[in-house]
Design a protein around this ligand. Structure first.
Ligand code: PMT
Length: 222
C-alpha cells in the first residue's frame, strides 16, 4: 500500500459505543460495533501514522499496525483517555458513538422489579469530548462524525461549527448503512468545502476518508 500520506504524524482515533451503567447488570448503550472507527485506525496506520486507538466496549481485534489501544467503557472514561492521548496527537478522529447522557445515580445493587409499577431513569449530560478539545488553545486537527437519521447535512454542518471542528464525516443511519453494518456512505464537510464518499465497505471508505484528512491537515497546518 503505497500511500504514506500520514507518515510522521500521531493520529488518535476513538471507536465503538460507550456503556453507561445503571446497576451491576444493566447499562444504557448504543448500537455502534466499532467497525467504522477500527477501519479508520487501520487506514491511518497504513498511511504511515503512529496510531492510538481508544475503544469502547467492542468485540474486535486490534488492526495491524496500530501502535496502542486503550479500552474504556463509559463516556467519562473515554473522555479522560482521549484528553490524555490528545496531548501527543496531531489529528483526532472521533468515530465513537459517545453516550450523550448517563444515569444520574448508579445503583450498587441490582435494581429489583416492582410488578405493576413503571420505572423512570434520570439522566445527566456527559461532557462533549470534541468540544473539550476544541476549547483548548493548542489541540489536534479535529475530525468528528455525525450519525443522523434525518436532515443529515444541516445537523452535520451545525456540529462542525458548534463543536469547533476542522472536518466532519456525516453518515445517514438506516437502510443497511451506519451502525453495525459492513458498508457505509459518508459526506465530508469542512469550512469551505464538501465531498461525497459513496457507499462502500468500511475499510475502503476509511482509506478515502484518511486521504481527505491528510489533504485538509496539510492545507491547514502546512
Ligand atoms: O461502529 P459502527 O457500527 O461501525 O458504526 C459507525 C458509526 C455510525 C457509529 C460511525 O460512523 C459514526 O457516525 N460515529 C459517530 C456517532 C455519533 O455518536 O455521532 P453524534 O452525531 O452523536 O456525535 C457527533 C460527534 O461528536 C462524534 O464525532 C462523536 O464522537 C462526538 N461526541 C459525541 C458526544 C460526546 N459526549 N462527545 C463527543 O466527542
Amino acid at each position: 500500500f503505497g500511500n504514506r500520506s500520514l507518515a510522521g504524524l500521531n493520529v488518535l482515533v476513538s471507536a465503538g459505543p460507550t456503556y453507561e451503567d445503571i446497576d451491576p447488570v444493566r447499562f444504557v448503550g448504543n448500537r455502534s460495533s466499532g467497525r467504522m472507527g477500527f477501519a479508520v485506525a487501520a487506514a491511518a496506520a497504513e498511511a504511515g501514522a503512529e496510531v492510538t486507538l481508544i475503544a469502547g466496549p467492542v468485540s474486535l481485534s486490534t488492526p495491524a499496525g496500530v501502535a496502542r489501544r486503550v479500552d474504556v467503557r463509559s463516556a467519562a472514561q473515554m473522555h479522560a483517555a482521549v484528553l490524555t492521548a490528545a496531548a501527543q496527537a496531531d489529528i483526532y478522529i472521533g468515530a465513537a458513538a459517545v453516550g450523550d447522557y448517563r444515569p444520574l445515580e448508579v445503583s450498587a445493587q441490582k435494581l429489583k422489579k416492582r410488578a405493576g409499577a413503571g420505572l423512570s431513569l434520570q439522566l445527566s449530560e456527559n461532557p462533549d469530548i470534541l468540544a473539550s478539545l476544541s476549547a483548548q488553545t493548542a489541540h489536534p486537527f479535529l475530525v468528528g462524525f455525525a450519525a443522523e437519521t434525518h436532515d443529515v447535512a444541516s445537523y452535520a454542518q451545525g456540529k462542525l461549527r458548534n463543536k469547533g471542528l476542522d472536518m466532519i464525516a456525516a453518515n445517514q443511519v438506516g437502510g443497511g448503512l451506519g451502525f453495525e453494518t459492513a458498508d457505509n456512505a459518508l459526506t465530508l464537510y469542512w469550512a469551505d468545502g464538501a465531498v461525497e464518499l459513496p457507499r462502500a465497505a468500511k475499510p475502503e471508505l476509511a482509506r478515502q476518508l484518511i486521504a481527505r484528512v491528510a489533504e485538509r491537515f496539510r492545507a491547514a497546518r502546512g
